[in-house]
Design a protein around this ligand. Structure first.
Ligand SMILES: Cc1ncc(COP(=O)(O)O)c(C=O)c1O
Length: 394
């Protein structure tokens, strides 16, 4: 089959399922149009300095509207997230993380982050970024997915503390971490890749006091795949900008920035409520699943975010399934989740599904785990959607 046919099959397939992967979200048609615009094959690199004896504003020509939309995206991001500086250049959350790391550390520095076994992002531990940048990684201790052990930080005296994780359910004890960081003169940054879309509704209070907040723009935030970095510190903003040119990347993909501008525009009217709706949906789903017989971790609080974590022990004991087997069974019935037992509500919330739908979906998930086929019922849930995201409706 030719590529066009394969792409069409993918699009048709994904239109007929409920996507509940915590790392993904739905792109409105205007955001997709921006990704496919002429900007997709254009360059732009603003210098505003002397290069080989002459003043250069932009290394490339024809960039007038690319510059205008980048400025729009940065202004809108600052306004929505409440930071003095926003940089939309990173082409991914990982590149944003690398850029922040090299901007705030020197070779040989000790960094602390949540380790993968507690849900942290693998990239911060050996053999990944710490090895690439000659940093020493020491794991943070985390209790109940929310309490960072500040005594360990006090003892270890790292130069940089990285909060945030791939499994993230609750806000952290950020004020205590900031207090210890001040005492030991460490910097604190927050990888908000997973909870970006939830921050404007107040998921993590006091986040503006971190030295930098950064992450992906496509998990709980309904934007194109990419990254963003925020800070309130001008000298950090300058370092980040410098490191994004010829160090962690070159071209920043201006169609992606145009799509991000469109996503920010559509997100803006619901920025303060979307995160609350997401958390309400997650909690309702967790509670209903547990009532129907599937254990969910951190009961009875479950989560304040877009993810819930299935209790593997309960899955094994009650349904004789592992998380990847659960994923396969659900996919056969038209519900997409990842293979690690994480269920996400960001995309369905962005499409306008609410708590009553979550209860219905919980019932369908349990039916699948019990071996029933619910393909038609899922199909009806898919058909319930009116084609507009909650951002487009306002
Ligand atoms: C906490 C965290 N940080 C960074 C990343 C990398 O993000 P991206 O896929 O945008 O590079 C991930 C990816 O899942 C993540 O979970």
């Amino acid at each position: 089959m030719n590529p066009q046919g394969i792409i069409q099959l993918h699009d048709e397939y994904r239109k007929r399922v409920l996507n509940m992967q915590a790392s993904e979200n739905f792109l409105s048609y205007k955001v997709r149009k921006a990704l496919a615009s002429d900007m997709a094959s254009r360059y732009s690199m603003i210098f505003d300095q002397e290069v080989h004896g002459s003043f250069v504003h932009n290394a490339y020509g024809g960039t007038k509207y690319q510059e205008e939309i980048k400025e729009y995206a940065e202004n809108k991001a600052r306004e929505i997230f409440g930071f003095k500086f926003a940089n939309v250049k990173p082409i991914s959350g990982h590149i944003a993380a690398m850029t922040v790391l090299i901007s705030l550390t020197e070779k040989g520095d000790k960094i602390m982050a949540i380790p993968p076994e507690l849900g942290g992002y693998d990239g911060y531990s050996q053999p990944y970024m710490p090895d690439m940048f000659s940093l020493k990684f020491v794991p943070l201790s985390l209790k109940n997915m929310r309490e960072i052990d500040v005594e360990k930080i006090r003892r270890e005296k790292p130069k940089l503390i990285i909060l945030g994780a791939s499994y993230i359910l609750f806000p952290y004890n950020l004020d205590e971490v900031l207090e210890v960081a001040e005492e030991i003169e460490a910097r604190v940054v927050y990888d908000a890749s997973h909870v970006m879309g939830l921050l404007p509704a107040g998921f993590q209070k006091g986040i503006g006091k971190c030295d930098a907040v950064y992450g992906s723009t496509h998990k709980s935030f309904p934007g194109p795949q990419g990254g963003i970095i925020f800070t309130n510190d001008e000298s950090i903003a300058e370092k980040i900008e410098r490191n994004l040119t010829w160090r962690t990347q070159d071209n920043y993909h201006t169609n992606r920035v145009a799509a991000l501008a469109m996503a920010l525009y559509e997100f803006s009217p619901v920025a303060k409520v979307y995160g609350k709706k997401v958390a309400e949906n997650s909690k309702t789903l967790a509670q209903a699943l547990e009532e129907d017989g599937l254990g969910i971790k951190y009961s009875p609080y479950y989560t304040n975010s877009h993810q819930i974590l299935v209790d593997e022990k309960s899955l094994k004991e009650k349904f004789s399934l592992t998380p990847p087997q659960m994923g396969e069974l659900l996919e056969e019935n038209g519900i997409i989740v990842d293979s690690v037992g994480r269920i996400g509500t960001a995309e369905l919330t962005w499409k306008g599904y609410g708590p009553e739908d979550m209860k219905e979906i919980a019932g369908l998930i349990i039916a699948v785990l019990e071996g029933e086929s619910v393909r038609d019922e899922i199909s009806q849930m898919v058909d319930k959607w009116d084609g507009k995201t909650i951002g487009e409706k306002l």
